[in-house]
Design a protein around this ligand. Structure first.
Ligand code: ADP
Ligand code: MG
Length: 454
């Protein structure tokens, strides 16, 4: 039988294909296989919160994936780390403790380090949009803690931040499997903290982070407005930084533009190297399409690749999603992948994306993007902080929904249709100028299209 690590790794790879990447990193990255027998697998999870959520939401999916990988049925169970290693603090695993005094079991094996082997430097396409971030990432991978610390990668949704973080981790582990590396999203960090506080068990929380050699925290913008988590992250960061351990962070915003993040944290973020990833140009997108198709053992004609690259404007995750649809559609219908088929798939794809745009979702997403209340969007308040988001939301309703002008006005607490026309004109101009507000609008469109609107 395969080792539990290999079986679990295969299972995770399949899960990752089937769940959104945010859920994957929040719920699955911190898990690891505890015991595998002939007919059961016990998976260790950080705490009861994870246990209940995984049990409720993912047990069925994980069970069926697991059984597709083994010859005999395997019963899947979750146990918290405390249940797996009740005596850990005392006498557990003495042999290991002797040789590696501080090493916690979960970090000794690269398989358990939560770095996803799927994302590496060799399948990352470098173009002018990401050249700088890529160079910085390779430098850090080759000389952890000696070049840029922290490395802060920022860029819009789906542009390769997570990919680069894992690529650094994989390169480090390939050279030397020993370092204690942990990748997690800021969301997982927050969940872990909340649970530890609830259990009044901060020492073990700190033990999970402070002995690390390398810490990756993805989507750090999630910490905005979460003061207690920021404080704890600040201590974790300092502890690692001061003992010359590498920290790599990602965010969808430049540190300075991160509202509701404490100044001392922001200045920490900027104290190493800040590298951005921009929207890729057409050639880079085409190269990425070829690379992704290759990973699926498919070859894509050039006109199809160019068509995809020119129709999917900004988001590489979406580019990939679209490509997968084309591959799947061609295989279901036994048609070859050509321009005609691609155009058919695009129609449906665009329809699917646009159905996410409803007035309440637009209003809610814009409000949360700018950290204001939905009720403010509908109010008569005219300060800039409120009126700009309101105009953006009106613009999006006009562009993406079938509402009439008066209907749109009504969605905003009974505004006149001329106000909607004015907002639409103003925003069209702003978007064409492509300044920072125009970029924000594009980010909001991305969020709604990809369904990330909570
Ligand atoms: P982000 O974390 O910035 O939202 P991801 O790293 O999750 O984006 O990237 C989204 C998808 O696009 C992933 O499947 C990733 O492999 C792919 N991708 C992004 N940039 C590149 C690139 N330069 N080369 C190859 N694939 C890329
Ligand atoms: Mg990401």
């Amino acid at each position: 039988m395969e080792s539990k690590e290999i079986l679990w790794k295969k299972c995770l790879l399949k899960i990752e294909e089937q769940v959104p990447s945010e859920s994957y990193s929040a719920w699955f990255s911190p898990t690891y296989p505890h015991v595998l027998t002939e007919d059961s697998l016990i998976v260790a999870v950080p705490n009861n919160f994870y246990k209940e959520c995984l049990q409720e939401n993912y047990h069925e999916l994980m069970g069926s994936i697991l059984n597709s990988l083994t010859d005999t049925p395997i019963d899947l169970q979750f146990k918290t780390e405390a249940e797996c290693c009740p005596g850990e603090k005392k006498e557990e695993a003495p042999a290991l403790k002797q040789s590696e005094p501080q090493l916690k079991v979960e970090f000794t094996n690269p398989v358990l380090s939560s770095i996803n082997p799927k994302y590496n430097f060799s399948n990352f396409i470098v173009g002018s949009s990401n050249q700088f971030a890529h160079a910085a990432a390779s430098a850090v991978a080759n000389n952890p803690a000696l070049t840029y610390n922290p490395l802060f990668i920022y860029g819009g949704v789906g542009l390769g931040k997570t990919h680069l973080l894992h690529a650094i981790g994989n390169a480090m582990l390939k050279r030397d499997p020993r370092p204690r590396i942990r990748y997690l999203s800021a969301e997982s960090f927050t969940v872990d903290l909340i649970e530890s506080l609830k259990r009044d068990d901060m020492p073990s929380f700190r033990n999970r982070y402070r002995p690390l050699d390398v810490l990756f925290v993805d989507d750090i913008q999630f910490l905005a407005g979460k003061d207690r988590t920021q404080e704890e992250f600040f201590y974790t960061f300092n502890a690692l930084y001061e003992s010359h351990k590498q920290v790599v962070l990602s965010s969808d915003k430049y540190p300075k533009d991160m509202m509701s993040i404490e100044e001392r944290l922001r200045s920490r973020f900027e104290s190493g190297l800040v590298a951005d990833i921009e929207i890729p140009d057409l050639e880079t997108k085409v190269a990425i399409i070829y690379k992704k198709a290759e990973a699926h053992n498919k070859s894509i004609p050039q006109d199809v690749a160019i068509f995809i690259a020119s129709n999917i404007k900004t988001n590489i995750r979406e580019l990939e999603g679209f490509l997968l649809r084309i591959i799947a559609f061609a295989s279901f219908t036994h048609r070859e992948i050509n321009l005609e088929l691609t155009q058919d798939v695009l129609k449906e794809f665009t329809y699917d994306k646009n159905k996410n745009f409803t007035a309440p979702i637009i209003i809610k997403t814009v409000a949360s993007y700018f950290n204001i209340k939905v009720s403010d969007m509908k109010s008569k308040k005219r300060s800039r902080e409120i009126s700009i988001p309101r105009q953006i939301a009106m613009y999006l309703c006009r562009e993406y929904t079938k509402f009439s002008l008066p209907d749109i006005g009504r969605q905003f607490g009974g505004k006149d249709h001329t106000t909607v026309i004015f907002s639409h004109k103003k925003l069209t101009k702003i978007i064409n100028e492509n300044g920072s507000l125009g970029k924000s609008v594009k980010e909001i469109i991305d969020l709604i299209e990809s369904g990330k609107t909570s």
